[in-house]
Design a protein. Structure first.
Length: 546
């Protein structure tokens, strides 16, 4: 019995130790990682300029079959579809420049990334897009060659200094009437940050005084901050007839020449002296009054205006001052006060009581002068002078051609033709620029004509055979839109086609600034258009004023 039990135990042992064949395990399907992606536009609303740059980067593991990038752009202001794209790729990054966003307004961008293997593995992002020029606007950049271009660059600048002054200067009194009266405005980079600022020399009219002020561009707020940068706190230069931005010393900061003037609204008001403001290189300005220049017996004559440029080709700007019946050339020097009365030129209209001497011992008769422009008219490398003058027969505008080293005499005088047959003294060239308008190699003159304060015109003086002839067909003005005559020309390329156009500077009168004309050059014609269509930032200032 015991043997039987032992045999059964052995059989049981062998049965339990027998090797079993395992069953085939089921196939395990790997789970796809959920789609994840980022874009270069994930920071929020994106300000676009016509074309939208898009970069999609997938951060999750790519499905083996690849992914589908789907992009849809709509112009939400009109529900118009701008772009629709579906593309299959096996890469984790996709770049695209989406065109067609030229119109200002709001757009919606929809981005979907989907696995080709599992259509439910997908992710969508919607990003708002705005074509808003002001959203991208950082300020008016200074030309890198501004120092070489000199005062002409700052005068003929794309920035509307009159509108900037109206919009940002702290008002004083009846601002509409005297805030920027006459020609006391200029542009410059006064804090040397690479952006264009504005300086208002201020004005005095009938005893009301507007402060002189620097309007400094603030890139953070996209506004011009009203500041006084004069180290002594000066707030007034009387009633400046002209302000020039230029470089008088060897640093890269813009300096100023300010032509003082009496208050025209007060009889027998005293002259303000010519002043220069020199940057201290630290953001401040030091003032030098040039009282010593004009001889004391002549200081009773009102300073009507003037200009600054190199006349004797020594590399230093010279100062031409107009005091009606007396005009002066003061030569530039390298150190303060930057102008000297040693050997100065003195031109008079009446030689009975005063000697006329051009500085070289020669007499030259040029008549009363109310304004001037120093520019090379005949392209000989020497700066000449265009004079806004008058005589017994009214208009007698002249060009004084430089005879070399700043020498002007009777041999180099050419009279410009009269605008009309009137003998009225008040009709005159308020301001002018020169350019070759008809491509014949000769410089012509564009003149801003003030018709006795009643209306105005801009005309071309075309040069031929050494003389000039008025041609009114170059610039046609609709004077029905005019208020008061503008005070100066601005000659600059406003539509970025490589050709200079014409606009002008007004006084601080909101009525005038609401409609600002620009004359866009097309072949030999300057076609009148609305200025504000070419400058969105200035248009935004105008809207705020309204």
């Amino acid at each position: 019995m015991i043997r039987v039990i032992f045999a059964l135990g052995v059989l049981f042992l062998f049965a339990c130790s027998k090797t079993e064949v395992p069953a085939t395990p089921p196939v395990v399907v790997a789970q796809e990682e959920a789609i994840k992606f980022t874009t270069n536009l994930d920071t929020g609303t994106y300000n676009v300029a016509d074309t939208l740059p898009l970069v999609i980067t997938v951060s999750s593991k790519l499905p083996s079959a690849g992914i589908i990038y789907s992009i849809l752009v709509n112009w939400t202001d009109s529900s118009k579809q701008i772009c629709k794209l579906d593309t299959s790729l096996t890469v984790s990054s996709f770049s695209l420049n989406i065109p067609g966003l030229k119109k200002s307004g709001n757009y919606s961008l929809s981005i979907t990334v989907t696995s080709k293997s599992t259509t439910t593995n997908t992710l969508n992002k919607s990003i708002p897009v705005v074509n808003n020029p002001l959203g991208r606007f950082m300020g008016y950049k200074v030309n890198p060659n501004a120092k070489q271009l000199g005062s002409n660059y700052w005068k003929n600048n794309i920035v509307l200094s009159d509108l900037v002054t109206i919009a940002f200067q702290t008002p004083l009194g009846n601002r509409n009437r005297y805030g920027t009266f006459l020609m006391g405005l200029t542009t410059g980079d006064f804090n040397n940050d690479g952006y264009v600022d504005v300086f208002n020399g201020g004005a005095s009219f009938q005893g009301q005084q507007a402060n002189s002020t620097f309007l400094i561009w603030n890139a953070s707020t996209k506004k011009f901050d009203d500041k006084n940068l004069f180290n002594d706190g000066t707030t007034s230069f009387g009633n400046p007839t002209n302000v020039m931005s230029l470089y008088l010393n060897n640093d890269n900061y813009v300096d100023l020449v300010i032509f003082g003037h009496a208050d025209e609204g007060i009889p027998n008001s005293t002259n303000e002296p010519i002043s220069i403001a020199i940057s201290d290189g630290k953001g401040g300005y030091n003032i030098i009054k040039l009282n010593y220049l004009i001889p004391s017996e002549l200081q009773r004559f009102t300073i009507e205006g003037g200009d600054v440029n190199d006349l004797n080709n020594d590399g230093f700007p010279d100062l031409f001052v107009n005091c009606n019946s007396h005009s002066y050339i003061f030569w530039g020097i390298s150190s303060p006060p930057y102008f000297t009365n040693k050997g100065y030129g003195h031109f008079v209209s009446d030689t009975t009581n005063f000697k006329s001497d051009n500085g070289f011992g020669e007499v030259v008769q040029i008549g009363p002068v109310y304004g001037s422009n120093i520019v090379d008219v005949n392209k000989d490398g020497l700066n000449d002078m265009i004079l806004n003058s008058s005589g017994n027969n009214g208009q007698e505008h002249k060009i004084l051609f430089n005879q070399g080293k700043g020498r002007f005499n009777q041999n180099g005088i050419v009279k410009l033709p009269k605008y009309n047959n009137s003998t009225e003294i008040g009709i005159g060239i308020q301001d002018c620029v020169v350019d070759d308008l008809n491509g014949d190699g000769l410089n012509d003159i564009i003149g801003l004509i003030n018709l006795s304060g009643k209306s105005w015109d801009i005309v071309a003086y075309i040069q031929k055979d050494g003389l000039f002839f008025i041609d009114k067909s170059y610039i046609i003005i609709d004077n029905s839109k005019s208020k008061d005559p503008p005070v100066r020309l601005v000659y600059c390329d406003f539509n970025n086609d490589g050709k200079k156009d014409i606009t002008y500077g007004d006084g601080a009168d909101n009525r005038q600034i609401i409609y600002k004309r620009v004359f866009i050059r097309n072949d030999n014609k300057f076609i009148e258009q609305d200025f504000y269509q070419y400058d969105s930032y200035m248009k935004s200032l105008l809207i705020n004023l309204k």
